[in-house]
Design a protein around this ligand. Structure first.
Ligand SMILES: [Zn+2]
Length: 344
């Protein structure tokens, strides 16, 4: 469908055409953003400083509405480099959920899925338009339902890989009846530290850098292409979501992830802005985590209760980050638990 020669950096004209054909065939309601040659898509729309080529300032947000986009603008396929793509669809909280697609001469690897079989099916159909190669591996980097709820839509021939913790957690979930009637796929293989896959000429590192947003986060790194898919270890401009997180460990995990030599950083949620912006935003997210944990630690040290502390907390520059009002209180409680040694 598309040869390697068409692949190029963030958003090329070729990819725009491809995305158009994918969208047309996949869903009549799917209208892709059309990246212009030489610039990034994904952050376009009103308020994005349209027309200011080169010096364009993208609104720092994760919410599609704040960039003048709607659900009708998605799903969309984005290119990074070579045969590495990102599939983006809209989360019910109004930001994007991202999946990595790596096409090789020995099959396709996908990292993370969408939240429902319908949404993941669109991703699977888009892959079929990109290549005749089968989806051989699905890496479950986050166990959360917004990334695994559609996994039954992946072909049964795929091998599912996760961390041992995610495997155990999904095995527990598989025993309980799902209220949506969805099937929980339990990964068949696990990565405790690191696994290097060689698929055709492509080397793919599946990394377990420690706990962060969940108890079993993984990342996927392509050293030749310098693409790093962080999954939920990094979400772009979303106030840290910590309901199931390991806050102090997350900072350490993020420091390790930040040292990976990546030109293209792909977050689990949020916009895919130009590559230099994404590298800077990864560092910014680490600062956000440090601030949030530091602020709760300050209050915790003063000895006040959670309820009193929630009245005092000042999220500083991060109060304006997307879904801060929703994510702030659970983060506060979780950090208290962490500092009290209650997280095992
Ligand atoms: Zn998520």
């Amino acid at each position: 469908m598309i040869s390697r020669t068409f692949g190029c950096r963030w958003g090329s004209f070729a990819i725009a055409l491809l995305a158009l054909s994918v969208a047309a065939l996949v869903s009549t309601s799917a209208r892709p953003q059309q990246p212009e040659p030489g610039r990034a898509g994904g952050g376009r729309g009103r308020g994005g400083g349209r027309g200011a080529r080169g010096g364009e300032v993208l609104i720092p947000t994760a919410l599609i509405s704040e960039r003048g986009l709607t659900a009708n603008d998605f799903p969309t396929l984005r290119s990074t480099t070579g045969d590495v793509y990102v599939w983006q669809d809209v989360h019910n909280l109004g930001f994007l959920t991202n999946n990595l697609i790596v096409i090789t001469s020995a099959g396709v690897l996908v990292a993370d899925g969408q939240g429902s079989p319908e949404a993941t099916r669109k991703l699977v159909e888009a892959v079929a338009l990109l290549t005749h190669q089968p989806i051989k591996y699905v890496v479950v980097c986050s166990e959360h339902g917004d990334h695994t709820g559609g996994n039954e839509a992946f072909p049964a021939t795929a091998t599912f890989i996760s961390s041992p913790a995610t495997q155990a957690s999904l095995a527990r979930a598989a025993k309980a009846p799902d209220s949506n009637g969805r099937k929980t796929i339990v990964p068949n293989e696990t990565v405790a530290d690191r696994r290097i896959l060689k698929m055709g000429g492509t080397e793919i590192h599946i990394l377990n850098n420690g706990r962060s947003h969940t108890g079993g986060d993984l990342q996927v790194y392509l050293p030749q292409e310098k693409v790093l898919f962080t999954s939920e270890t990094f979400s772009h401009r979303i106030f840290p979501s910590m309901a199931n997180a390991y806050p102090t460990e997350w900072i350490q995990t993020l420091k390790k992830v930040g040292q990976i030599d990546a030109a293209f950083v792909v977050p689990g949620h949020g916009f895919l802005d130009p590559a230099p912006t994404m590298r800077a935003e990864l560092a910014e997210f680490e600062k956000a985590l440090e601030y949030v944990v530091g602020e709760v630690r300050r209050i915790h040290t003063s000895g006040v209760s959670v309820e009193e502390g929630l009245k005092q907390v000042d999220w500083g520059p991060y109060r304006g980050w997307s879904v801060a009002e929703r994510n702030g209180p659970p983060a506060f409680r979780r950090i208290y638990d962490d500092l009290d040694g209650k997280l095992k």
